[in-house]
Design a protein around this ligand. Structure first.
Ligand SMILES: Cc1cc2nc3c(=O)[nH]c(=O)nc-3n(C[C@H](O)[C@H](O)[C@H](O)COP(=O)(O)OP(=O)(O)OC[C@H]3O[C@@H](n4cnc5c(N)ncnc54)[C@H](O)[C@@H]3O)c2cc1C
Length: 315
């Protein structure tokens, strides 16, 4: 799931650049290669060892010294620096890499479409992370990686806008992951029939039934919110995607905790796979901006209305 969604995240700047040339020249070969049965994954690289939230939200970007820098050279740019926690970065053939321009600050952020086979591109290591282990989180070292000028995506210094538009498009699918993780497995219900306490299957206890009813309602409400906010996603606003991402993934974690509460020691056993869902779901609260940062994004989106309210005009 993460491997595929990370690929679409990587492809998104090419799509959102609004240039047909980027789609025909860069994206069409990717899909033709996949059709031939030769997988071509694209990675999306914004996070740097010293900047996760700062490069997703921008609050700290004003004081941040860019970690990946692009230096102009004949016919293109040379990229230097490190990116980290890049999903699928160990397998990707190309990557959309965000870098600041030499001698300028983070506001010069630009998106470059990088060939992962280019000299100087190195996967330094992959993290041994708590969940979603089928997708490698790679640390990428860039040493004088040449990127031709026609691989600047969306124009110089438009990286912030490209990044924002990409995350607005991709955070709703992260929320959908939050719905999908607890949803297709009726294990708590199934297990609560299997396990007995005081000679009775757990399901025959009324408080267990109340617990289950809440879990079902929570999951349905999460799903409805995803549909509702997805409908509004055509608007160029961060509110819908951020709200949907943080609320749904928070609730998804809560549903998993409720399943754990219900099953006690059985929930911790590997065979019922609840532990896996529990570890996987936790990561959806972190990537594509922590849920705290997504809450701040919602408030940022509402700033105009909030200020108006302060002046007594009302929302
Ligand atoms: C499984 C996984 C896959 C990932 N895949 C990718 C990928 O493909 N590409 C990519 O570029 N990145 C990827 N990431 C990185 C991810 O986007 C970052 O981990 C995330 O943005 C958080 O950054 P950080 O870990 O550096 O935390 P930090 O930015 O160091 O934040 C630490 C804490 O401080 C809080 N905080 C930070 N700033 C503020 C603020 N202004 N106000 C209040 N609180 C604040 C945060 O909410 C958090 O609690 C992935 C991460 C994970 C876990």
């Amino acid at each position: 799931m993460l491997l595929l969604s990370a690929h679409h995240l990587g492809a998104m700047p090419l799509i959102l650049s609004g240039r047909a040339g980027n789609i025909l020249r860069h994206l069409a070969p990717v899909y033709r290669s996949c059709e031939r049965g030769e997988p071509h994954l694209i990675a999306f690289a914004i996070t740097e060892p010293a900047a996760g939230s700062d490069v997703e939200d921008g609050h700290g970007a004003e004081v941040y010294r860019p970690g990946v820098v692009a230096t102009p050279t004949d016919g293109g740019y040379l990229l230097n620096g490190r990116k980290c926690f890049i999903s699928g970065g160990d397998l990707a053939k190309t990557a959309t890499v965000f870098a600041a321009l030499q001698g300028e600050g983070m506001d010069s952020w630009t998106c470059f479409y990088v060939d992962c086979g280019a000299p100087g591109y190195k996967v330094a290591r992959t993290e041994l992370k708590m969940g979603m282990r089928a997708s490698g989180a790679a640390e990428i070292e860039l040493t004088n990686v040449f990127v031709p000028s026609d691989r600047v995506i969306g124009g110089l210094r438009n990286g912030w806008a490209m990044n924002r538009a990409t995350l607005n498009a991709s955070r709703i699918p992260v929320a959908a992951q939050g719905v999908g993780l607890p949803r297709p497995r009726p294990r708590p219900q199934w297990v609560s029939r299997r396990y007995k306490v005081g000679g009775k299957a757990l399901i025959h206890y009324q408080d267990v039934q109340l617990h289950l009813a809440t879990m079902v309602a929570e999951t349905r409400a999460m799903r409805s919110l995803v549909w509702q906010e997805a409908k509004a996603a055509w608007q160029p606003r961060q509110l819908h995607a951020s709200l949907c991402k943080f609320h749904v993934t928070d609730r998804a974690q809560r549903v998993c905790e409720m399943a754990m509460d219900l099953l006690a020691d059985h929930g911790g056993k590997h065979e019922d796979q609840l532990d896996k869902i529990f570890r996987d779901v936790r990561l959806t609260l972190i990537f594509e901006g922590t849920n705290q940062i997504n809450r701040l994004s919602l408030i940022e989106d509402w700033q105009a209305q909030l200020l108006e309210f302060n002046h007594g005009v009302g929302v």
